[in-house]
Design a protein around this ligand. Structure first.
Ligand code: COA
Ligand code: ZN
Length: 326
């Protein structure tokens, strides 16, 4: 890791919120549509670069997001924020265009097993479907990002070779002209040296393509992986409010890196995330009531570093006694 990473020096880091998609997709309780809309609206005002609002997937596969159209149609659009939605196939693309998504986030897995489990297609079938989606998006003037699940390992297959991941990137960037690629660590298998190597390889090959890193904190390496990515030249991260998240079709999946934890840490180090942490925290504190359980966020639990606590009630007496001892 070069020394520069410890000192952000005002460098811009783009934070992309995925809590209303990756976060809610795995929640057993259905969050009412109006609450989802209010949550997106609160996030819009917090200064995030991009919000992945929902997913246009099969409602049988992900019942929690069966209200995707209504949510995307009824949110307030804050200028400058990109409103994205996950799309696995042509049917999803048509729905996303109807609901005025600014960006389609095309999804497939770098692992054959996870692609079959999650999307019921081989990778090649997904690529064909997503090539058609890409053509539809181009005609509609909608931007395209591609998310490659399991880019740092598959919970069923193990390591996914770096060359395999880069080959899929090449097919989307070079053949289809995708604007951006997201390398996803779907089940928290990524570790910092691996991350740095893949980010560096991607950056060298595609210096002008928007690169996002999408980490899950399943094994506690989330923030370390973010810093390793920055050191290797990345400046764009997915994260989820409260640290919610996980793919229901990836065994062992748990929450994304937590938006407020990453923003809190990067701000302390002098990075410019553009995010208003107080507003983000206000939204995060509403989550337990929405999802019906506590959220993983350490910042919701502990507060910010300088959210101080009162001294003990008998503090003056303690001090008197200590001073009296001489
Ligand atoms: N939106 C809404 N409905 C869709 C759809 C979409 N994008 N794609 C398919 N469907 C519907 C079909 O109309 C069909 O409905 P019916 O049973 O009422 O006729 C049903 O879903 C099955 O369609 P089919 O094309 O056979 O899909 P499938 O069962 O092979 O599933 C996917 C393929 C991709 C649609 C499904 O696996 C899926 O949505 N996966 C997403 C999983 C996910 O979001 N994981 C977490 C994020 S990584
Ligand atoms: Zn994810």
């Amino acid at each position: 890791m070069n020394n520069e990473v410890w000192n952000g020096a005002g460098r811009r880091i783009h934070m992309q919120e995925v809590g209303t998609r990756d976060g809610l997709q795995v929640e057993p309780a259905f969050v009412p549509t109006e609450d989802k809309i209010a949550l997106v609206n609160a996030l819009s005002r917090a200064g995030l670069a991009k919000i992945e609002v929902t997913a246009f997937v099969s409602p049988q596969a992900i019942p929690a997001l069966r209200d995707a159209e209504q949510v995307l149609r009824e949110i307030e659009r804050v200028p400058g924020v990109v409103y994205s939605a996950l799309v696995p196939n042509v049917r999803g693309a048509e729905r996303a265009i109807d609901a005025r998504a600014n960006e389609m986030n095309l999804v497939m897995s770098a692992s054959e097993s996870h692609n079959l489990a999650n999307l019921r297609m081989t990778r090649q079938q997904s690529y064909q479907a997503l090539s058609a989606v890409n053509a539809i998006a181009r005609d509609a003037g909608t931007a395209v990002n591609v998310s490659l699940s399991c880019s740092f390992g598959c919970p069923m297959e193990g390591d996914v070779p770096e060359a395999t991941v880069l080959d899929w990137c090449a097919r989307y960037v070079d053949e289809l002209g995708a604007r951006g690629v997201t390398l996803c660590d779907t089940t928290g298998m990524a570790y910092p040296s691996q991350v740095a190597a893949l980010v560096r390889a991607f950056r060298e090959r595609w210096p002008d393509t928007e690169l996002t890193l999408h980490f899950h904190n399943t094994r506690g390496m989330g923030l370390a992986n973010v810093l390793a990515s920055i050191a290797a030249g990345a400046d764009r991260f997915d994260a989820s409010l409260g640290g919610l998240g996980g793919c229901p079709y990836a065994p062992g999946a748990t929450g994304n890196v937590c938006s407020e934890e990453i923003v809190h840490a990067l701000a302390l180090m002098g990075y410019d995330t553009g995010v208003d942490l107080a507003r983000l925290l206000e939204a995060a504190r509403r989550l337990p009531a929405l999802v019906g359980h506590a959220v993983p966020s350490q910042i919701v639990a502990a507060g910010r570093r300088l959210d101080l606590h009162p001294r003990p009630a008998d503090f003056d007496a303690i001090r008197e006694r200590a001073l009296a001892r001489g």
